[in-house]
Design a protein around this ligand. Structure first.
Ligand SMILES: Cc1cc2nc3c(=O)[nH]c(=O)nc-3n(C[C@H](O)[C@H](O)[C@H](O)COP(=O)(O)OP(=O)(O)OC[C@H]3O[C@@H](n4cnc5c(N)ncnc54)[C@H](O)[C@@H]3O)c2cc1C
Length: 435
């Protein structure tokens, strides 16, 4: 049965994730400070809010990243960099650190810049957000799903502009509410995308980002767990040689049971997310295991090693030159270059040396599919950014409609950047909604 609830809300936030909580808290706090009562409701479909925060960062929650320079910070966002430049000058990781510190949660920085609660428990962050919402007087309804959101035609400025239909599982009923403003902080949820599209917005099609590569190749077989500290990866249009415009990515590279993972892979998957989706995750991959060395430089080193008499008969050949490559991987790459384990280094032909230099710096692998990355997963795509005012996070098309977080066509690399997008856009939306 559907019931119409008469008292309107000032703001209804769709989605009890980090973006929705941040926006609701900021909005309610501003109104509280100004002595104005404000009715803010978060509706969350799940039994518990902040579900992704709980499981994030291996349940430690990588809250943000110690990058305090907005111009540099935006370079970690394959989609959304230009739009976030202004918002980061108003609310950036330093503000996130301060926001949590003010509420008793201290963040620590790890060697790679990722920031976690000092307790190492994501629950600390969830408890903090829930307590801040409670103190600000935000109402949270869980097990409550948005069914529909419609504009009320020709609504006057201060009267409700939206009609919101909700399914309240605990009460086993459907209710219709009205609100002056609605904030979509519903993440990558496709049903909400379709409602937003019906309100007039363009939705960039959602596709996964931050994944590993499935590669079946004898050179990598049974080497799971081995890694190199600094490799470079470049995508090829197919397993031939056509290069694509996605920038190559560098960093630690990890061999797994199903292919390749590690920071270099995840970064490339994010930058190439849409392109890889379009080619059904079938592409060529060029691996330089010795980044930043070039093929010619490696060849030069191999040749100079060969002419040293004391090295002529040493086994296993020239591995000593490139000790960052694990010995078992080195053996596979020399085999692939046609150099046998028993061959004297002095007898290795110039052609075989070039083949080895190429294996080491430009080995070609075929990506056969997308693997999983259990620590973090995001979707690129969402509300078209040109249709949103990034000073307020309000729609440029529909007055009173706001967006924050992953519902937008914004996604970051792994390392705390996705939560930072949620904190920043949520905070800006809250500022505007509470004003
Ligand atoms: C396993 C995993 C680990 C991650 N770890 C990290 C990390 O350590 N650091 C980092 O920066 N990022 C991490 N991320 C990414 C990060 O979680 C997201 O970018 C972030 O949660 C997005 O916040 P959001 O509030 O925009 O959306 P969400 O967190 O997705 O919240 C949206 C909420 O809306 C609700 N909702 C959707 N539709 C409806 C509806 N119709 N009615 C009512 N409610 C609805 C959903 O149930 C959900 O709770 C991780 C992601 C995953 C999956």
């Amino acid at each position: 049965m559907e019931t119409e609830v008469e008292q309107p809300w000032d703001v209804i936030v769709i989605g009890g994730g980090p973006a929705g909580y941040f926006a609701a808290i900021r909005c309610a706090e501003i109104a509280q400070e100004a002595g104005r009562p404000v009715r803010v409701l978060i509706v969350e479909r799940a039994r518990r809010p902040l579900g992704k925060v709980i499981i994030s960062g291996g349940e430690r929650c990588n809250v943000t990243h110690a990058c305090f320079e907005p111009a540099k910070l935006v370079s970690y966002y394959p989609r959304g960099a230009a739009a976030l430049r202004g918002p980061f000058s108003r609310f950036q990781p330093r503000d996130t650190v301060d926001w949590f510190a003010k509420r008793g949660v201290v963040l620590k920085t790890e060697a790679d810049g990722r920031m976690f609660p000092i307790t190492n428990h994501s629950k600390t962050i969830v408890d903090c957000l829930e307590e801040a919402a409670r103190q600000a007087g935000v109402v949270v309804w869980t097990q409550t799903g948005l069914l529909d959101c419609q504009r009320i035609p020709e609504a006057a400025d201060q009267s409700p502009r939206f009609r919101i239909q909700l399914r309240r599982d605990v009460l086993d009923c459907e209710q219709v509410h009205s609100a002056r403003s609605v904030l979509f902080a519903s993440g990558s949820e496709s049903f909400c995308h379709s409602l937003i599209a019906r309100l007039g917005h363009t939705i960039e099609p959602p596709v996964p980002s931050l994944f590993t590569f499935k590669i079946t190749d004898t050179r990598l077989a049974d080497l799971a767990g081995l890694s190199v500290p600094n490799a470079s990866l470049r995508l090829l249009a197919d397993s031939a040689s056509e290069k694509v415009s996605i920038p190559p990515q560098q960093g630690p590279l990890l061999i797994t049971h199903w292919g390749l993972s590690g920071p270099a892979t995840l970064k490339l998957s994010a930058w190439g997310a849409r392109w890889l989706f379009e080619c059904n995750y079938q592409a060529g991959l060029l691996v330089n295991w010795l980044h930043p060395l070039s093929t010619e430089k490696v060849l030069e080193e191999l040749q100079s090693y060969r002419i040293l008499p004391e090295n002529n008969r040493k086994k296993p050949g020239a591995h000593a030159l490139f000790a960052q490559i694990p010995i078992r991987l080195w053996k596979r790459l020399t085999e692939a270059a046609g150099i046998s384990e028993t061959q004297n280094w002095a007898d290795v032909s110039k052609i075989a040396q070039r083949r080895l230099a190429e294996e080491l710096t430009a080995g070609c692998y075929a990506i056969e599919g997308k693997g999983i990355f259990k620590d973090e997963f995001v979707t690129c795509g969402g509300v078209n950014l040109d249709e949103v005012n990034f000073k307020t996070m309000q729609s440029r098309l529909v007055p009173g409609l706001f967006f924050a977080g992953e519902v937008l066509d914004i996604d970051g690399l792994t390392g705390g950047f996705n939560f930072q997008n949620a904190w920043t856009t949520g905070w800006l939306a809250g500022e505007a909604l509470g004003a």
